[in-house]
Design a protein around this ligand. Structure first.
Ligand code: COS
Length: 384
């Protein structure tokens, strides 16, 4: 549901230009330094990148889901670390507050997230609770006007930099599973809150993750999202429904970038007296990739439009995330193959992208979790 096609087109054009002229030339620097350069962060703030999805009344651009995926396609054309830096404020780090927070919580945090003054993180995963998110063990015990949090969260994106954390914790042991979970906003600097060393990841250098450790972290009861206990798991699932469409869009963008690099290489590289792009076995890999990217893009746009219409998109979000991320993995593999030996050394971006995109099939719900969500929804609908 694009609200104003001309404004939306201009925004996508601006992002495209910024990605092409500013971000792509800095990719290697990000991979080497494992950080987003400070001047790039400043430029992203000026362009409003931290508040793309935050409503205008809180200082953001208030993009619809369709507008957001069009921007994500563009951001996918460069290293995922850039998107990751702004991704939590536009997604998993702000959506919980936006969809279920009180007006006071929204006013306290959303404007500062939109401007990029604060970075945010989403703390769901734990050492023993990944796919089975409802089994999380972190506790939040009510003590007068406060809650006291204890536990460890794992692989938390932007944790080393974030100022606020949306934390899912168990407020009731009597209510087993999802119903005993509540969501909180915890501020950096609260006594008892500490962080593990940044994880050494296979790829996505520059996108930092670490453990977040809660040791008797005492927070005011007013930090309970929405002021209601027991609905934190549902908040997390709503956050992920949206996040999954976004990751699917990003996968489409990354696949487009890899394919464009592989096409350029195939048209340039000569073997047997002609560019390898003239060989039909190379053409098959190019064509299969093109068609699969097109299919994924159509799915992402359809899921985004349905969400904008207010429909429940749990199934569509999981279908799009599963298909687009798996597609992206297949495209990455073919594009390395097209590059041949050059695809296995770091002189070409494809070697880095091959490692970077591997994460898409894992985070915000593995492919196998998307399959579970899709099939369960089918069975539920069939039962009526
Ligand atoms: N929107 C709103 N509510 C939802 C929902 C959604 N998309 N999905 C589930 N819920 C609700 C259910 O309706 C149910 O509520 P009731 O008890 O009132 O009926 C509650 O949440 C529990 O749901 P369910 O019984 O399906 O929970 P399960 O423990 O069986 O787990 C899965 C469901 C596996 C889908 C969930 O744990 C999951 O998504 N795991 C992956 C987590 C993940 O993506 N982690 C990535 C790290 S975060 S970057």
């Amino acid at each position: 549901m694009i609200r104003d096609p001309e404004t939306a087109r201009l925004l996508v054009e601006t992002v495209h230009q910024f990605v092409t002229e500013t971000l792509i030339p800095r990719e290697e620097e990000v991979a080497e330094t494992n950080a987003i350069p400070a001047d790039v962060v400043e430029q992203m703030k000026e362009l409003g990148f931290f508040g793309l999805t935050i409503p205008e009344e809180y200082g953001g651009l208030g993009l619809t889901m369709e507008e957001e995926v069009n921007v994500a396609f563009e951001l996918g054309h460069t290293s995922p670390a850039f998107r990751s830096y702004i991704g939590t404020n536009n997604g998993i780090g702000s959506i919980g507050i936006l969809v279920d927070g009180t007006e006071a919580q929204k006013n306290a945090y959303l404007p500062r997230l939109a401007s990029g003054e604060l970075l945010s993180s989403f703390c769901l995963t734990e050492p023993d609770a990944g796919s089975d998110a409802a089994s999380l063990k972190t506790t939040a015990v009510r003590d007068g006007d406060h809650y006291v949090l204890n536990g460890t969260k794992r692989f938390i994106t932007n944790a080393p930099l974030a100022s606020i954390f949306t934390v899912m914790a168990r407020t009731s042991h009597e209510i087993k599973g999802a119903g005993g979970i509540s969501a909180f906003i915890v501020e950096r600097g609260t006594p008892g809150l500490s962080f593990g060393k940044p994880d050494h990841k296979m790829g996505q250098k520059g996108a930092l993750t670490s453990d977040v450790i809660f040791d008797n972290v005492r927070i005011p009861a007013s930090q309970l999202i929405g002021g209601v206990e027991g609905v934190g798991f549902k908040t997390a699932m709503k956050v992920l429904d949206k996040g999954r469409i976004h990751i699917a869009a990003l996968s489409v963008g990354a696949a487009e970038r890899m394919l464009s690099d592989a096409l350029a290489y195939a048209m340039e590289r000569k073997q047997f007296g002609q560019p390898i792009a003239e060989f039909q076995l190379i053409q098959a890999m190019l064509a299969d990739s093109k068609a699969e990217i097109y299919a994924a893009k159509c799915m992402v746009l359809d899921a985004a439009r349905k969400r904008d219409e207010g429909l429940n998109v749990s199934t569509e979000a999981s279908c799009a995330k599963m298909f687009a991320t798996e597609m992206c993995g297949r495209v990455a593999d073919r594009c390395v193959q097209i590059h041949g030996g050059a695809g296995y050394v770091s002189d070409y971006a494809i070697e880095r992208f091959y490692r970077d995109v591997r994460l898409f099939r894992i985070y915000e719900g593995t492919t196998q979790i998307q399959q579970v969500v899709i099939a369960r929804n089918m069975i539920r609908a069939a039962r009526g």
